[in-house]
Design a protein around this ligand. Structure first.
Ligand SMILES: [Zn+2]
Length: 314
């Protein structure tokens, strides 16, 4: 017997409706151990038990008896094509024939109920699957929304990060600018402190009663020019101021001299656009008699060589 045929026998076997060759074949097959048929048997047994329990309350289909009798009559006339190996003798007594056909009808009806039960179970499974599918769709929707949220947050985060970096860059630039300004401020302060110290030294010289003032007059090349030296004989320092000296070509420079036995350079100087200049002199010989200004080549010379522009004596 083919497996399909064997499998078809299992529901009837579960109902205890098999006999003879079919019963033996089904038993042999199940004993040989077939997981598929075993499972089917278990499923059918559950339904069969249920059917058996409920059977007394279920009325038999109407006109069953008539239909059975009609069927017997028909089968008596037209022989159904049955495989030769399964052919059964029809020379059964009437009672037995009626009983067998009634059992077959009951089995058919029970099979119908079994199919309905299976159908209900299948419908239940389908419903369960639909619920599950709905749950999955809902979760997918939630997930999609979360993904959108995450993407939006990520974008916001990136934006924020860019903004912070920009701020950081600006802050760093501000710090650099402030540092530059601070350095400039410090340099300016140092310069101012230097100038202040210079001014204080000048004031001390001017205020000191020991200081002496020497007036310098403009000579022939610059008769309108004038000068003044405030000289401190103890400190051996002097402040020199010039007014209205003429502008010089770039290869010439004014040079200041202190003259004792011979001239000693007191430094070179340039004048502003009004012809004014000031020079602070140090280490002036105590015996100085005369102060003078000459015009010399740029850079000055150890001894005067050019024309005298200003001169004044103690
Ligand atoms: Zn099997």
């Amino acid at each position: 017997m083919r497996h399909e045929e064997l499998e078809e026998l299992i529901p009837a076997y579960a109902l205890g409706a098999l006999d003879g060759e079919d019963l033996r074949a089904a038993e042999a097959h199940l004993q040989a151990g077939c997981p598929r048929c075993e499972r089917l048997l278990q499923e059918c047994s559950g339904v069969a038990d249920h059917l058996t329990e409920s059977l007394p309350d279920v009325p038999l289909p109407p006109r069953l008896k008539e239909r059975v009798l009609e069927r017997i009559e028909q089968e008596g006339r037209v022989e159904a094509p049955v495989p030769p190996s399964r052919r059964r003798p029809w020379l059964l007594p009437w009672g037995l024939a009626i009983g067998a056909t009634a059992a077959a009808s009951l089995l058919f009806w029970n099979g119908l109920t079994l199919r309905q039960a299976l159908e209900r179970e299948r419908a239940g499974k389908v419903e369960e699957q639909q619920t599950l599918a709905q749950d999955i769709r809902r979760l997918q929707d939630q997930l999609a929304r979360r993904e959108v949220d995450v993407t939006r947050l990520q974008a916001k985060l990136n934006e924020e990060e860019t903004r912070l970096q920009e701020q950081k860059r600006e802050a760093a630039e501000t710090v650099r600018n402030l540092q530059v300004q601070l350095q400039r401020g410090k340099a300016l302060l140092a310069s101012l402190q230097g100038r202040l110290a210079g001014q204080e030294a000048i004031i001390r010289v001017i205020e000191d009663p020991q200081s002496r003032v020497v007036t310098l007059g403009g000579l022939k090349p610059a008769p309108e020019a004038s000068g003044k030296v405030i000289w401190h004989p103890v400190q051996q320092t002097a402040l020199f101021y010039a007014h209205r000296l003429p502008a010089l070509p770039s290869d010439k420079i004014y040079q200041l001299w202190t003259i004792t036995e011979r001239p000693v350079s007191g430094g070179i100087f340039a004048v502003d656009h009004l012809g004014n200049a000031s020079v602070r002199m140090t280490a002036i010989p105590r015996q100085v008699k005369t102060f003078a200004v000459t015009i010399e080549p740029a850079g000055g010379l150890p001894q005067p060589s050019g024309a005298i522009y200003l001169a004044g004596s103690l």
